[in-house]
Design a protein around this ligand. Sequence first.
Ligand SMILES: *Cc1c(COP(=O)(O)O)cnc(C)c1O
Length: 398
Amino acid sequence: MLQQTTDFIALEEAYGAHNYHPLDLVLTRGEGVWVYDIDGKRYLDCLAAYSAVNQGHCHPRILRACVDQAERLTITSRAFRNDQLPQLYQVLHDLTGMEMILMMNSGAEAVETALKAARKWGYQKKGIPAGRAEIIVCANNFHGRTISIVSASSDEQYRDGFGPFTPGFVTIPFGDAKALAAAITPNTCAFLVEPIQGEAGVVIPPEGFLREAARICREQNVLLMTDEIQSGLGRTGRLFAGDHEEVTPDVLIIGKALGGGFYPVSAVLSSREVLGVFRPGDHGSTFGGNPLACAIAREALGVIVDEHLAERSAELGAYFLDRIRRIKSPVVKEVRGRGLWIGLELDRPARPYCEALKERGVLCKETHERVIRFAPPLVITREEIDWVIERLQPVLAA
Ligand SMILES: *Cc1c(COP(=O)(O)O)cnc(C)c1O
């Protein structure tokens, strides 16, 4: 029987593909912002599974909804209707005002769905000549890992060895509205953008960028598609990051916290004009919209609303950011953030700092080598933030 941390790690290293470089701890239990390793040591989770668990680990309400639904009906496929999917549609419509919704599982699948919808809309509604549709994306984006999505990436590692790539993507600098306007051609069907770039290191564009992008897209009959898979559902202090600039996108892509940390659930929300391009057989997913996913997502959204997690994120995020900014450290280059989503950029590799924080009971993951991202579950308290700061201070000072 496996008992020691080293046994689990050795087994994982032996049989698992090495497509991640995890911190060497073996977690076995979680509750709220806390996770516990197999030796019973507790850690405060400042990654929240890349914001997939904004509601906190094993939230009792979502757990109950999950177990109740798992005991009743878990999957029908979309060959038959189920009683959970329409109820989730109602909640999503009421929250966003969007007219049509398409359920998928992972974030990457939802992005793929948006790309397909945008292209088809371009041909059917905008009159783009067959096979010529272009989609504009931003440098340093992260939209997932499929072949088409990495075709739209500017990150060499994401692409290296995976060609040939899907054509039809045009890249502009992130945050540059002038470049967006200049890149649009009669064949442009959409602009796909993260309102704040997460994997790039919590990169916030210049004030007004998203609003200006929305205006340009509207004028040029180009769909604005916001990837809110990580930035959405309360993370930045509003329900969606686009809300900071009162921008309603034509296509809204969500995932991660939509599953409350229990289950992969993603969705594309848009208008009848856009999602209406799909006819039966055009697109689908065996698991997309299954009753278990829908019951979990409905409760996951209920928790975000009822526990005012977006408001908490705004208030506690400002507190956390201020406390981090006050830390005097020779290695800190920049601290930036919005809500409980903070990027701490160092002048050197961040990995050893994440390792040192882990030893003190704080779990963070470096992104893009020099940035430590702080994105705890939104249920974190002020006292727990103080607890993190007490541990961060000596690590950054050293
Ligand atoms: C995580 C993420 C994705 C991909 O989601 P998966 O569920 O990992 O496929 C896409 N876009 C953004 C902005 C993300 O953060």
